[in-house]
Design a protein around this ligand. Structure first.
Ligand code: FE2
Length: 385
């Protein structure tokens, strides 16, 4: 089966033993299957009404159970729908690796095998629904069958809040599959991004937390302001996704979790988010320090090997800058950790701390400010204050 993406927390030693618990998950589309899947398409999902999230019907494959047998059983248990065995078609697998919470020195591997399938209809031509058979945790979450658009399910999951990391990890995975399935941008639940930042700050506490939060909040506000202005003048191509802007802003400095580093935080942040399966946010980690698309005149030390530096150069040269890259570059240069949101003040502060600030980068930041002010039809500071 094709790999959709891999989620590797790399919080374990490579030599540890492994334990695995594969699962089978169903993609039950209600619309015409001959068309490419769109965000508007309706799908049968499990809605956890006591917590407010959507997931694909499915669950763990038992010992010696066939994947498809598990799929049919799990769909029946969680939703009461009856899968037509002949309709089952592979979609892709998501592999997750992380330190086991149960066993010492063990890597927990979970493969989630996703399958397209259709379900039996009643005489009236609508899906036949039998009684669910839920286990206790499914009852606690309030599992029920819902027919919703993928867009609505993703939107709901983006707002999902929980203090439970394993729930956040699970819902981030489900959301990621949903966005991939229907061609939405690579969105992640806001609470998941907040959890990643919180865990990272715990490893290396510092003012970069406040800086990251300030960039995230400002990025969201600017995206909303751009959308308001675009609606007025019909400039649809300028529309930005506020949730994506927020999470990109929140995670742009995530590489700082490794300690007080310079260009290494760019490299580490990129690789960290990439290993979690988030290519888009990883690219922001890479590009946020280079408003001019080059590693020349990097403000700070080159604290990575020559080999890694070549890698950064090649990745940067291949990157295609879009408005999310540009937005986080500008805000990184605007938002201080002390709550200040002023481009000149922040650039002067950086100049004081690092000894210099290249003229070309300064000029570029002012250009970016102007660029976004034009898209918003408003003054930057008025929007992000
Ligand atoms: Fe940074």
């Amino acid at each position: 089966m094709d790999t959709l993406f891999t989620i590797d927390y790399k919080d374990y030693e490579p030599g540890w033993k492994t334990s695995s618990r594969p699962s089978a998950r169903a993609i039950i589309l209600m619309n015409d299957k001959s068309q490419p899947i769109s965000p508007e398409d309706k799908i049968a999902l499990v809605y956890a009404k006591n917590l407010g999230y959507y997931k694909f019907p499915g669950g763990g494959i038992k010992d010696r159970e066939e994947n498809t047998t598990a799929l049919i059983r799990e769909v029946a248990e969680e939703t009461g729908l009856e899968v037509i065995p002949e309709s089952i078609k592979e979609y892709g697998v998501v592999r997750r690796l992380m330190k086991s919470e149960m066993l010492p020195e063990t890597i927990f591997i979970q493969d989630s095998f996703h399958y397209f399938c259709t379900v039996k209809n009643s005489a009236e031509g609508i899906p036949a629904i039998r009684k669910q058979n839920l286990d206790n945790y499914e009852k606690d979450d309030g599992f029920e069958l819902r027919f919703v658009s993928l867009k609505e399910a993703v939107q709901t999951n983006l707002q999902f809040k929980s203090e439970n990391p394993s729930k956040l990890v699970m819902i981030a995975r489900e959301t990621h599959v949903m966005t991939k399935l229907c061609g939405l941008p690579e969105l992640m639940p806001r609470a998941y991004a907040e959890y990643l930042l919180k865990s990272a700050v715990a490893k290396n506490p510092g003012p970069w937390r406040e800086h990251s939060l300030a960039v995230a909040e400002a990025a969201e506000k600017i995206a909303i302001a751009i959308n308001e202005h675009s609606a007025l003048n019909g400039n649809e191509s300028a529309i930005m996704n506020p949730d994506l802007a927020y999470t990109c802003g929140l995670l742009h400095d995530i590489g700082r979790q490794a300690g007080h580093t310079y260009i290494a935080h760019v490299y580490d942040g990129y690789n960290f988010l990439k290993s979690l399966g988030y290519e888009f946010a990883a690219k922001i980690c890479l590009t946020h320090s280079f408003n001019i698309q080059s590693t020349d005149e990097y403000i700070g030390k080159i604290d990575i090997s020559a080999e890694k530096m070549e890698e950064v150069k090649a990745l940067l040269a291949a990157a295609k800058y879009d408005d999310y890259d540009r937005l986080i570059q500008m805000l990184d240069a605007t938002c201080g950790a002390d709550g200040t949101k002023n481009l000149e003040a922040r650039m002067n502060d950086v100049k004081l701390r690092y000894g210099y600030y290249p003229e070309s980068k300064m000029k570029k930041n002012f250009e970016l400010k102007e660029y976004f002010e034009k898209l918003m039809g408003r003054n930057l500071y008025e929007v992000i204050k």
